[in-house]
Design a protein around this ligand. Structure first.
Ligand code: AOF
Ligand code: ZN
Length: 404
């Protein structure tokens, strides 16, 4: 593979990365259209249901594209979904070659896009060198489309002894400024942020993207290619650290699992309509007896409160995730307390562990996964694709688990 080919694909990956959090339930894809060594145009997946990256690049081209090459981060689709097949548009355009790093995990595509382009005489080049990078960006969509559940990133800041709060509940701040800034970058790419009902009562959190509220010397490395990733070279994290700009307007859906004991409309989570409370059907009677039952009814009628079934916390989590899948959530950040996280763990629902280890020791307090846990070490969950990155004095530890 030529160096220029790799550079064009890297440009396409950056476009795909930049669109994450704005295209669901469609994956964010990037495309770069090149002819005679000149970039004619670029494209990325438009907000849900609109044009795909390839069509967007074709439309943006200022010069004729026939005979050109397209670099696209995912196999072009060949099916009629909300939009017509990209393969039709590409064949009609007269492009000569299409470079792709990976096939589309969507069973409706899964290799058929490549076959369709090839049978029309287009040279499809598989860029194996970029497969791992493209795969790191498509993991959420793969989980969504193959397993019918959102991809869950469990993000937590903890002391070296694995605690997210002291016994008195104090937790601010365990990690450093740079780590917390990185979390806001991450939030801007997520489709949802999930917390437990306890956090609503305890913190009255905004769960917003507040990139502008951070400053300081330790933020200087962000937006530059100077980060060292040890272990697995995780391209999602690489781009998260290296990207210079973020879309702070991309507001993730705020999801609360459980109905907080007292609800008031002036809580910060009700600041806008991007809020979903998920309770259980078992609670229905007790909710009707509460003083705030009118507000609860209002929330339910407007779709901001949904009750799901489930006999155990893990079943409730699974049904909540089924619901979020139905609402088109590809990637959700789990930011809740230790018990909620343990329920997600028990439901086998955590896909990526993103833990910030701070140089503090609490010597007790709340464990990051506060449940019974596995019985034996042999039965513990073995993670894969482990990366570590020094973020100021903290260590960011990332690894994948679950079924994705
Ligand atoms: C592409 N380019 O930029 C994206 C693709 O319902 P539709 O028509 O929007 O199709 C959605 C499917 O298309 C989605 O599930 C995934 O398989 C693929 N996404 N394909 O050619 C793109 N985002
Ligand atoms: Zn398409």
């Amino acid at each position: 593979m030529e160096t220029a080919d790799l550079a064009y694909m890297e440009q396409a990956l950056k476009l795909a990365f930049a669109g994450m959090g704005t295209t669901s339930p469609n994956p964010s894809v990037g495309a770069v259209l090149v002819r005679d060594g000149e970039v004619l145009s670029t494209g990325s997946t438009c907000a849900c249901g609109d044009d795909h990256a390839e069509v967007c690049a074709l439309r943006n081209a200022v010069a004729p594209v026939a005979g050109g090459d397209l670099y696209v981060t995912l196999e072009p689709c060949c099916h009629h979904g909300k939009t017509p097949p990209c393969t039709d548009a590409l064949i009609a355009s007269g492009v000569r070659r299409v470079f792709i790093p990976i096939l589309d995990p969507n069973p409706r595509v899964a290799g058929r896009g490549v076959a369709c382009l090839r049978s029309a005489g287009i040279d499809v080049v598989m860029m194996d060198e970029m497969a791992s990078a493209a795969n790191d960006l498509i993991r959420p969509f793969k989980k969504y489309i193959v397993h019918d559940r959102p991809f869950i990133v469990h993000k937590a800041a903890m002391s070296l002894d694995g605690r997210i709060a002291t016994h008195s509940g104090d937790s601010r701040w365990i990690s450093g400024n740079a780590s917390r800034f990185l979390v806001h970058r991450l939030r801007s790419l997520a489709d949802a942020i999930i917390i437990g009902k306890g956090t609503v009562v305890k913190d009255d959190p905004q769960l917003s993207v507040r990139l502008g509220s951070f400053s300081g010397e330790e933020l200087k490395p962000f937006g530059r290619g100077t980060w060292r990733i040890d272990g697995y070279r995780n391209h999602f994290l690489r781009l998260l650290l290296e990207s210079a700009e973020f879309n702070a307007a991309a507001v993730p859906l705020r999801v609360v699992i459980g109905v907080p004991d007292v609800l008031r409309p002036d809580l910060k989570i009700f600041g806008d309509d991007r809020i979903l409370l998920i309770g259980t059907e078992k609670q229905r009677n007790s909710l009707e007896d509460r003083e705030d039952h009118r507000f609860l009814r209002e929330l339910e009628d407007s779709g901001r409160l949904v009750l799901v079934n489930g006999d155990s916390p893990a079943q409730v989590v699974d049904n909540a995730l089924r619901l979020l899948h139905g609402r088109g959530i590809l990637m959700a950040l789990l930011e809740g307390g230790g018990r909620l996280a343990a329920s997600f763990f028990d439901a086998n629902a955590i896909d990526q562990y993103l833990y910030f280890l701070a140089p503090r020791v609490i010597g007790g307090g709340v464990p990051v996964l506060n449940g019974r846990g596995r019985d034996t070490i042999a039965g513990s969950l073995r993670l894969c694709d482990v990366s570590t990155i020094a973020i100021g004095d903290d260590i960011l530890y990332s690894a994948y688990g679950g079924i994705s």
